[in-house]
Design a protein around this ligand. Structure first.
Ligand SMILES: [Ca+2]
Ligand SMILES: [Ca+2]
Length: 288
């Protein structure tokens, strides 16, 4: 038996080909049908699982430290324009020493540059180190206020730096600042992948700004891994018998497998779904 899908894959597509035939068709059509091959496909997919989460709510348990917050900034932002979901988001930034302040409605102009950002806790992700993991979060700088701005100016760039097993990787600029650049959190989504083989991971986000109303907001910080394929498949084949195509497959094990999606194609390129078979049975047949 050929091993088609193994446990550490997160998805598997199996293909087979049969020749349709039928006794009920007239002879003329039967000849044509006899040369017409069909392709069948069954797909099993694992779902992503959450490794760690810091959603920007008080009870979230993925730790971080922040630096450079102004006196006007708290660890969690509660204004509705600064949240992607829930009641709060993570917030850091500003420069309350002498820069402009649209939060309290006074002052104009820029103060000295001030660096601020988040450093998230190092995470043990060794349990998923055969897979590509994904980090994602929402970010923004929106702050409801009455005067012009706020925003990030030229050279005020939001920088992402991942650390793989404690070693800093190439930094990436998520936002390049502009003239009072506004970045709404509800439309600003970032993803980055962590390759297989990495056992510990953390990342930093940093930005330098020069006004009290220039903040960074984060929400729904999520690290996920593809769920290993729940099925260890041994074989997949099909044949035609009296106008009926039968598909057969066998599995060595199935764990939490909801089932198999069956698709059909005339050309082996474009498939359409013809059925779904529940998991945890070792013999199947599909009637077309
Ligand atoms: Ca939130
Ligand atoms: Ca600025």
């Amino acid at each position: 038996m050929k091993e088609l899908c193994i446990a550490n894959e997160s998805s598997c597509t199996m293909k087979t080909k049969t020749t349709s035939n039928s006794r009920i068709f007239p002879v003329k059509e039967m000849i044509l049908i006899g040369f017409f091959s069909c392709f069948f496909m069954a797909t099993i997919s694992g779902q992503s699982v959450t490794i760690a989460f810091q959603g920007g709510e008080d009870s979230d348990n993925w730790g971080y430290t922040s630096n450079g917050a102004s006196a006007a900034v708290v660890g969690y932002a509660t204004l509705s324009g600064n949240k992607k979901s829930g009641t709060t988001s993570l917030a850091v930034g500003g420069n309350n020493s002498s820069g402009g302040d649209c939060i309290s409605g006074c002052c104009t102009g820029n103060g000295p540059n001030m660096a601020h950002g988040f450093t998230f806790d190092d995470l043990d992700i060794s349990a998923s180190n055969t897979q590509t993991r994904t980090l994602s979060f929402w970010y923004g700088n929106y702050q409801p206020q009455s005067c012009s701005g706020p925003g990030w100016d030229a050279s005020e760039n939001l920088i992402y730096t991942p650390y793989h097993d404690g070693v800093a990787q190439a930094s990436q600029s998520i936002v390049n600042g502009g003239s009072n650049l506004s970045v709404p959190i509800n439309s600003s989504f970032f993803t980055s992948t962590i390759p297989p083989g990495v056992n510990t991971f953390h990342f930093t986000l940093s930005i330098t700004t020069n006004r009290n109303d220039e903040h960074l907001y984060l929400d729904n910080v999520l690290l996920t891994s593809p769920d290993p394929l729940p099925v260890h498949l041994l074989s997949f084949s099909g044949d035609e018998e009296e106008g009926i195509t039968k598909l057969y497959w066998s599995t060595a094990s199935e764990k939490n497998n909801s089932g198999y999606e069956i698709e059909k194609s005339a050309d082996g390129i474009t498939f359409y779904k013809i059925g779904f078979v529940k998991g945890n049975v070792n013999f199947r047949k599909i009637i077309q």
